[in-house]
Design a protein. Structure first.
Length: 350
């Protein structure tokens, strides 16, 4: 684990902004106390999940930053198990799973207004009224359902009939999609994709991890057999989300974040080698997401201030679904991650 040590120019720049070493240390003590619980959550999740360390860490960053995550990977890569394991570490939290299908209706997710001769009209709340909502194969749902998802993800509320209901805190949508099978799927609208803080790629495990999985999971185990311990409650997670906002981020880091985002926008006429493959750059929500996600990464590294390394650790998850590539890029098999790598390499830190 990283410790809070001096970093070139960071403390000096924070001091210029009236942030004293004493303030940083007091905040770090609070960060350390809460970060210990995140470390425990990670250990519990790895009782079921072998490897996938980057994905697990990104999922924890996501809840700390009060965001949503889109997990993409081939079938059988434990995406659903990962989400289920994560929810199991939170006591007294509600977890609901919805299998998205082409015949799904908005009411199947948010709920409906029903009528009974004796009770009259009343509201039947849907599965979205939970702390953690697993939207399995989200790209199989039709546009009307995606429209309903847009409101609950962005506003954290739903409208059923003439009434609007707030969703519980914390509220996290963890959606999965299969990039291999496209038949019977509906591409997610760009406006909805933009609501996900991270897009995480869940890849196949390496050979040694695959061998361990086979040896220890020759029969399918029930979640109870893994004996995952509950570490935090919902109120503690909300408190951590508030603590994340207090993490210091200097003007220099803010400038660095904006510079990274600006490099994705083709109208700036950048001359780096991948510029021609950018059809559309990341919007302002990407800047905000990079801002809060880098704070979450600093928290998980036991620091009270953000370093450039924190920004670089989360930039792929934040940007890979927010930049649109040209047909030429797709024909050349250029991936968003390659373009992000190049941008990180050429943008100066300070």
């Amino acid at each position: 684990m990283s410790t809070q040590t001096a970093h070139p120019n960071v403390l000096e720049k924070l001091t210029d902004e009236n942030v004293t070493a004493e303030k940083l240390e007091l905040l770090r003590e609070e960060v350390t106390k809460n970060n210990a619980k995140i470390i425990q959550m990670r250990k519990e999740i790895h009782k079921t999940i072998v490897g996938q360390h980057d994905t697990v860490n990104s999922l924890l960053r996501c809840i700390l930053a009060n965001g949503h995550a889109l997990l993409e990977g081939a079938p059988g890569t434990a995406k659903t198990l990962l989400v289920n394991s994560f929810a199991a570490t939170v006591r007294n939290a509600s977890f609901k799973r919805v299998q998205f299908t082409p015949d799904l209706l908005p009411g199947d997710v948010i709920g409906v207004t029903a009528y009974h001769p004796e009770k009259g009209f009343y509201t039947v709340k849907g599965p979205c009224f939970a702390n953690f909502l697993l939207a399995d194969e989200i790209n199989r749902a039709p546009p009307k359902v995606q429209s309903a998802m847009l409101e609950l993800m962005q506003e954290r509320q739903v409208t059923i009939g003439k009434k609007t209901f707030k969703l519980p805190k914390p509220f996290l949508v963890l959606a999965t999609q299969n990039p291999v099978e496209q038949e019977g799927t509906f591409p997610l609208p760009e406006a909805q994709v933009d609501r996900f803080l991270f897009k995480l790629i869940v890849d196949y495990p390496p050979e040694e991890d695959e061998t361990y999985i086979v040896e220890n999971n020759s029969t399918v185990k029930a979640m109870e057999e893994f004996k995952i311990n509950e570490i935090v409650d919902p109120d503690e997670l909300v408190s951590m989300q508030q603590l994340i906002k207090k993490i210091y981020l200097s003007r220099a880091i803010r400038k660095y974040i904006v510079s990274l985002i600006m490099m994705t926008r083709r109208q700036r006429k950048h001359d780096f080698k991948y510029a021609k493959f950018l059809a559309w750059g990341a919007g302002t929500r990407a800047s905000i997401s990079l801002f809060i996600a880098s704070k979450a990464n600093a928290f998980m590294n036991n620091r009270s201030y953000v370093l450039p390394e924190d920004v670089q650790a989360v930039v792929h998850g934040v940007l890979r679904h927010r930049i649109l590539l040209t047909y030429e890029a797709k024909a050349s098999k250029i991936s968003p991650d390659e373009i992000i790598d190049e941008i990180v390499n050429i943008v100066p830190v300070y």
